[in-house]
Ligand binder design. Structure first.
Ligand code: ZN
Length: 191
């Protein structure tokens, strides 16, 4: 809690609505010295060069990929990233925008089907001032939510012992991604 409170008091977060507070520790864990990574040391540029298992990648698309957040706010917290090192959503090409959207929808179905969540928080923080941990590389958060987690969220964001190891969650979701539920429709064509 100390870390969350100190950030909130710093004034960098803005209006303390639920969404912004949701992402704050992510920023602090990734970027402790307030600098933004260049391409050569960017975690979201580097991840696709590693194995799916090492990088916690669930799915690789044409222009974007899906991985587990190494520092999840909740079990099954996914990120959708373009392969290109761009920071702004408005810098993404129409193809990237479309695929980020497709992968986000698919991720919702996969997580709901595999983990039985009750809802999601989905969004992008644009710029460090908005709470982006790696502001230099666009990433969309997909955070599954369960009825029982809501009251404890400010605490679990920093201290929750996740019920499943990240490697196990990756395996679960990668398997579910390859074998989608019936409502997945035409998204199969992207594989
Ligand atoms: Zn990058």
């Amino acid at each position: 809690m100390e870390r969350v409170e100190s950030i909130a008091e710093s004034g960098a977060v803005g209006d303390p609505d639920g969404l912004q507070r949701l992402w704050v520790p992510h920023r602090m864990v990734y970027v402790s010295d307030h600098t933004q990574p260049e391409r050569h040391d960017c975690p979201f540029c580097e991840a696709p060069r590693r194995s799916d298992e090492d990088a916690l990648i669930v799915h690789r698309g044409r222009t974007a990929y899906v991985l587990l957040n190494l520092f999840p706010y909740n079990n099954g917290h996914l990120l959708v990233c373009p392969y290109r090192h761009i920071g702004g959503y408005d810098e993404a090409t129409p193809e990237e925008v479309a695929e980020i959207g497709e992968l986000t929808q698919r991720a919702m179905r996969v997580v709901r089907g595999a983990m039985g969540c009750d809802g999601f928080n989905i969004g992008m923080n644009q710029g460090a001032v908005a709470g982006a941990g790696v502001a230099a590389h666009l990433h969309q958060h997909i955070v599954p939510r369960w009825q029982s987690d809501a009251n404890f969220f400010p605490i679990i964001a920093k201290t929750k012992a996740m019920p499943q190891l990240l490697g196990e969650v990756r395996e679960l979701l990668a398997t579910a991604w390859a074998d989608p539920p019936d409502d997945d429709g035409g998204a199969e064509a992207t594989n």
